[in-house]
Every structure is written in C-alpha cells, then in structure tokens.
Design a protein around this ligand. Structure first.
Ligand SMILES: Cc1cc2nc3c(=O)[nH]c(=O)nc-3n(C[C@H](O)[C@H](O)[C@H](O)COP(=O)(O)OP(=O)(O)OC[C@H]3O[C@@H](n4cnc5c(N)ncnc54)[C@H](O)[C@@H]3O)c2cc1C
Length: 443
C-alpha cells in the first residue's frame, strides 16, 4: 500500500466523514489553525455534502439538492483544511494511519489507488446507515434515504410512476391506476416523507401532469410500535397521525413487516401490503468498516464507544462524534440519540477538546442539551416539542412557531458550516430560490 507523503512536523488531525458533525469540525479547526503548524484533513467518500434531514424533500422532489449541497473542495480552500476524496477502509492504531480504499470511477477504473494517511489525532464521524434488522427482501426491494444518490433514485422512480398513472388516466379517464407507496418506519423520517409526497403530488398537477392529483397516491405508513413518532408526547403524535390521515396516508401502527418482495410488504399481522415503491426508514446503525477499526471498542450496533470527552473508550488519540459514536453520559441509561443537534453539539465539544489537547489543558466532558424534536408535515403542518430553560422545561409547539423553529435548525447548520456572513447570504439566496425557482425538481 502506497503511503501518502506528509509533513511530519505538522500536527495532523484527520476527520473521517464530512457530514453534520465532521464538516462543522473541519471548518472550525481549519479556521482556528490554518495550515501553518497543523494539517487538518477531511476524508469523505462523496465530493459534496448535503444535510441529511433534507433528504426526504430531495426524495419527494420538493428540494433541488444541487442548490443546497456544499462542495468539499471549495469549502476546504476557504476554511484552511485539506480534503481527500475516498472511503475509510480501516485504521492502524499502532502506526497511527488511516487506510483509504481505492477510488473507482463508475466503470470500475481506478482513480486513486489504496493509500494511507498519518494522523496525530483521528476523529471518526462517518455517520450511520439505515438498519433493516436483517428483514428478508429489504435490501433487494426497498430504497433507503441514506444519501443523495438514494434520494435522487427515489424521486426519479416516483416521477416515472406518476407519469405512468397520468398517461393511463389520459388514455382512459375511468382508469383506476394509482401510485402505491409503502413507507416502513413511523419515526420523523417516515412521517415527513409521507407528508412531503402529497406536497409533491400537488406540484405535479401544476407542472403539466394536469390529470394527476393527490387522490392518485396510495401512501401506507407501517410502524411496528403502538403509535407513530415515539419521541413526541401522545397528543402531538396524535395530531400528526390525524393530519396524515386527512392528507390520505393510511397509517398502520402496531404492524411489523416480516419481508419485502418485488410487489409489496409481508406483515406479521395485517396481511400483504401491495406497493410499487417501498422505502425503509425504520432505524439506524453504524456502518461496518471493511478492514475494521483495529480493536476500538464497539457497541452492539457497531457504534464506537466513547467516553464523555468523546475520546474512544480505549484510545486517547481517536475521537468519535455524531451518529457513529455511542456516548452514554454519567447518570444516563441510554446513549445520546443519533440526531443532527447531537452531531452539532459533539462537533463543538470535539473542537474545544482538540484545542485543549494542543494547549496541554485537561479535556472537558460533553454535555448534551436536548432542545426538543420537531416534525415537519411539509407545508401542511409542523408539530413538536421544545425543551430548555427558555420554555420552562418542555413545551409543545405546532403551526407557524414550530415551522419557524424547524427551519431554523437548517439555518443554524448553514451558519455553522459557512460562518455568519456567508451563511446569512446563503439563507437569503435560498429564500429567493424558493420564490423564483420551480416548486419541484422534475428531472
Ligand atoms: C432522511 C433523514 C431525515 C432526518 N431528519 C432529522 C431531523 O429532522 N432532525 C434531526 O435531529 N436529525 C435528523 N436526521 C438524523 C441526522 O441527519 C443525523 O443524526 C446527522 O446527520 C448525523 O450527523 P453525522 O455527521 O454523524 O453523519 P452524517 O451527517 O450522515 O455524515 C456522515 C458523513 O460521512 C461520510 N462517510 C460515510 N462513510 C464513510 C466512509 N467509509 N469513508 C468516508 N466517508 C464516509 C458520508 O458521506 C457523510 O458525509 C435525519 C436523517 C435522515 C436520513
């Protein structure tokens, strides 16, 4: 294996994964240290970053990902870190090297060979993947929402099905053709996608598929638990359930999927649910790294177990943040949940702790502040609960206030990734885009 040349004098901090956690950390470290005495290196298997909570909008076509994604090359130039295009293959903790798999083009030709990169400190931030819990047929027949490519693929298939139905209706106005979509998982992702599909259906009739309307969508939301949105209080989950049913979604709580086939979902207790498109959004796990993590302690879900300082359980030089980290704080029974706000807060603690390490100061413990959960039912409604001192504990929110706070989460991410000036400019541009650009991405 070829070893990448490196300037041995510089302190090298390698971050693997430029998502909600890793990109923010790379920006902060790059801005703090520049490239004089430090080399901050971000490794990602993609060339661009898109904030994952936007993926259901990309899948429904209501958001054009090209407008919201961040190109790593231009971002790293602006913020003083280096970007390496490649996928983590494994690590060698003794030699302190990160192994990167060969990068291949779509035809399988090698672009960059396998190589390794030296680190003084390593931050693993490679996120999570959807967990199908080994359910038969899911990997072959269902789509996931783990990446932009998958969201784009769902959108293209959705548009094809809508076009097919529209065509059938034009040829035979009595046709009962429909687009049948089954979504597994009644958490925020499944619920948000279900509602977003109705927003998209309204848009399609506006953009030339005149005969198509939302009544032609058959969306079924399957949830194994007794109700949808387990993270929200009963009343809010009930309100979201009602809103979905008003839109036309068939909500099947208490229904566990036992297998997926090419034509639909087998369930344990509610028969067969036929579907043209199936999406699995029922839980996450950390991805397996092909050559392993050289003995780093892992949880049952393959997450890297970290101490409150966010250093891995058995290596002071390796940190893990975001969805791939399992962090159970003192006095808590459950680990910090895999959420965007946790990723953001962990990036901040990791930044301060890496700086403190350079300065020879003791590290600080991570403190997770749960600011609540918000679920957007597209333009139809937003529900959730806010937490914190400002609202006196926990406060249920709905409507405009909830929508405003929900949108603020993405704005905060933009500010964290681009800095205040550029972030504010991008927020303004995205407002203008929402007015002047088509309501749907149709290609
Ligand atoms: C559809 C959807 C909706 C969501 N909605 C919400 C929400 O409303 N609110 C909320 O709080 N959370 C939400 N989440 C969860 C939230 O997006 C994650 O918790 C958050 O993105 C985790 O950040 P991360 O940096 O750990 O991982 P990610 O943001 O997933 O970033 C991981 C990065 O690592 C890269 N990577 C992965 N493997 C490798 C490898 N082997 N080598 C190199 N690079 C690699 C990826 O390309 C990616 O850039 C949602 C998630 C999804 C999928």
């Amino acid at each position: 294996m070829q070893q990448a040349s490196s300037t041995q004098k510089k302190t090298q901090i390698v971050i693997v994964g430029g998502g909600a956690a890793g990109l923010e950390l790379a920006r902060k470290l790059g801005a703090r240290y520049g490239r004089k005495h430090h080399d901050i290196i971000l490794v990602d298997r993609n060339r661009t970053h898109i904030w994952k909570p936007l993926l259901h909008e990309v899948a429904a076509g209501s958001l054009d990902a090209s407008l919201d994604e961040v190109g790593y090359r231009s971002h790293c130039r602006r913020w003083g870190y280096r970007y390496l295009y490649g996928s983590l293959d494994g690590i060698d903790r003794t030699a302190r090297r990160v192994h990167i798999a060969p990068v291949l083009d779509p035809k399988g030709r090698e672009i960059v060979g396998a190589h390794s990169v030296r680190y003084d400190y390593l931050v693993l931030a490679y996120g999570s993947v959807t967990n199908d819990f080994g359910t038969p047929g899911v990997a072959e027949n269902c789509l996931f929402l783990d990446s932009r490519t998958q969201a784009d693929s769902f959108r293209d298939q959705l548009l094809d099905h809508c076009l097919r139905v529209s065509r059938a209706m034009t040829e035979d106005p009595q046709s009962d053709a429909r687009v049948r979509i089954a979504i597994v998982g009644g958490g925020a992702t499944g619920v948000e996608l279900a509602a977003e599909l109705y927003n998209a259906a309204d848009g399609l009739s506006y953009y030339g598929l005149e005969v198509f309307d939302r009544n032609r969508l058959d969306v079924t939301l399957l949830e194994a638990g007794p109700r949808i949105l387990p993270a929200l209080p009963d009343r809010l989950a009930g309100a979201a359930h009602e809103e979905l049913e008003v839109l036309g979604v068939k909500v099947m709580a208490g229904t566990s999927v036992t297998a997926a086939t090419a034509t639909g979902m087998e369930t344990g207790n509610a028969g067969f649910v036929p579907a043209d498109l199936m999406i699995w959004a029922a839980g996450v796990k950390a991805a397996r790294i092909p050559l392993g993590l050289d003995g780093l302690e892992l949880s049952r879900g393959d997450q890297i177990i970290v101490r409150p300082t966010l250093q891995s359980a058995n290596d002071d030089r390796v940190f893990a943040i975001g969805d791939c980290a399992s962090c159970t704080l003192p006095g808590r029974e459950r680990p910090v949940p895999p959420r965007a706000q946790a990723a953001h807060q962990m990036a901040d603690t990791a930044f301060h702790n890496l700086v403190r390490l350079q300065e020879g100061k003791p590290l600080r413990d991570f403190v997770y502040r749960d600011h609540g959960s918000l679920v957007s039912l597209s333009r139809f409604s937003t529900v959730g609960s806010l937490m914190g001192k400002l609202v006196g504990g926990r406060m249920a929110v709905e409507g405009r206030l909830a929508r405003f706070v929900y949108l603020s989460l993405y704005r905060m991410h933009l500010l964290a990734v681009h800095g205040w000036l550029r972030g504010a400019a991008l927020i303004t541009v995205s407002h203008i885009n929402r007015i002047v650009r088509p309501r749907l991405k149709l290609h």
